[in-house]
Design a binder for this molecule. Structure first.
Ligand SMILES: NC(=O)c1ccc[n+]([C@@H]2O[C@H](COP(=O)([O-])OP(=O)(O)OC[C@H]3O[C@@H](n4cnc5c(N)ncnc54)[C@H](OP(=O)(O)O)[C@@H]3O)[C@@H](O)[C@H]2O)c1
Length: 245
């Protein structure tokens, strides 16, 4: 990979991925909403890589500006070899029940804005006739659970969209990867007690690196989540709706 674009570059998973691949890149563009964090990240990237590093401050929830953003990125780096989309928030499910406006704002951030961004990016990759679009969903998208179904529904929408996009992009030789992490120890989950099922951001980044290189379609990371979610999806609804999940 020569030219890497990371959208949501300040996320724990993005930073771990950047650490892993930066020395293989010629140009890196980092997009996030915090100028200060971006500056620190760019300085760090320059210590681990000879690549030219550009930062763009952008609120990725603002879908109306996604077209301009992708044009700016393309002017900056020319060909995009890999675009990693890795941003969002863990939705407060209890608040959603009483605050539909908040639920919709979260659905936009974790769902529709990612769809918009993926469309703009895939159009650019299709023009090039090359490149990988890697988007982070979640195992939460596999089945709506009472504890986090607003977040899960947004991820589910993204993943269903990506399945179609992947098929559509085949004719343009564009690779589309859906990444489905389980529990990952990042700032997003800092309040949670960690246990045996938890993975580090570095482990997830290593799996993402391999999946992009091998042009995989769907990545469960770590691998065992594929089987955990298979079991969860097989539970009959009349039992599932009674489970405190
Ligand atoms: N951690 C997990 O257990 C887990 C599991 C499954 C999936 N995921 C997914 O993995 C991805 C990365 O999350 P993470 O675990 O690495 O958590 P994280 O470190 O908390 O990263 C979330 C990132 O999203 C950014 N962000 C939020 N709203 C944004 C906006 N409007 N515009 C631009 N950036 C925005 C945040 O920026 P600021 O730095 O400015 O706040 C932050 O960098 C997310 O899509 C998440 O849903 C995480």
């Amino acid at each position: 990979m020569k030219n890497l674009l990371i959208l949501g570059a300040t996320s724990g998973i993005s930073q771990a991925y950047l650490n892993r691949v930066a020395d293989r890149c010629e140009k890196i563009v980092l997009v996030a909403r915090s100028a200060e964090k971006l500056q620190q990240l760019a300085e760090h990237a320059s210590t681990i890589s000879d690549a030219s590093v550009t930062t763009l401050v952008f609120d990725l929830a603002n879908a109306e500006e996604h077209g301009k953003l992708v044009s700016t990125v393309t002017e900056t780096m020319g060909t995009i070899d890999c675009a990693l989309v890795s941003y969002g928030q863990l939705t407060d499910q209890a608040r959603c029940a009483t605050d539909p406006a908040y639920a919709m704002e979260q659905f936009n951030l974790n769902g529709t804005s990612t769809v918009s961004l993926s469309l703009h990016l895939s159009n650019q990759l299709a023009k090039q006739g090359s490149g990988s679009l890697a988007v982070i969903g979640s195992v939460a998208g596999d089945r709506g659970r009472r504890s986090n179904y607003c977040y899960g529904a947004a991820k589910s929408a993204v993943e269903s969209f990506l399945a179609g996009l992947r098929s559509d992009m085949q004719k343009h030789k564009v690779h589309v990867l859906t990444i489905k992490p389980g529990f990952v120890d990042t700032p997003m989950t800092s309040a949670f007690k960690k246990g045996a099922l938890w993975a580090s951001a570095d482990k997830v980044a290593s799996d993402i690196d391999r999946a992009i290189t091998k042009k995989k379609s769907v990545l469960y990371t770590p691998w065992f989540w594929r089987y955990i979610m298979l079991i969860i999806k097989c539970i009959p609804e009349f039992i599932f709706k009674k489970l405190p999940l």
